[in-house]
Design a protein around this ligand. Sequence first.
Ligand code: HEC
Length: 150
Amino acid sequence: MKKTIAVISVLFLAIVLIISCGRKPAQEKKVDQEKQVNPNGSSELAIVMRTMMEHGKELKKSIEENQPLVPYPVEIKTLMTAQPTEGMIEDKDVYNGFATFHLATLDSIYLKNVEPKVQFNHMVKSCVDCHENYCHGPIPTIKKLYISSK
Ligand code: HEC
């Protein structure tokens, strides 16, 4: 009996975690519409992520239109120190590995003598790679950032 209860509560916890991450794209849309409103309960990291999404869209636009590249907001550098939702990241070293790689790909877009479009797509890939390990919900939205090669 005790065992059954334990199994049920573990399952319940897992479901709650999956649902909270799966809900992310819908929440993000809400933020798009209401801009400054941060729904209660957003972690520091979730807010940094929304900034990353917004910047990604602006940067994509500037690359597609051959405009000067939009610089990235400094908050993105807090990717490794911002407080995540509880239970989201249990292996901080692995997470930091993905985060370090992501920041390197982001910086590489701004280097001289690179093809910004190619570097940008590497950067988007590094978002997706990390999300496959931690948070599947926003992946379809992130993939829309890819710049198709025409
Ligand atoms: C190093 C890992 C990592 C990288 C790289 C990463 N993410 Fe995330 N992302 C996360 C984690 C973990 C969460 C869950 C944050 C939380 O709930 O505290 C998240 C959450 C999100 C969310 C949901 C935020 C919300 O409203 O709750 C969006 C949108 C998002 N990321 C977009 C992006 C985009 C766009 C990129 C690339 C430009 C990116 N992420 C790169 C790990 C990452």
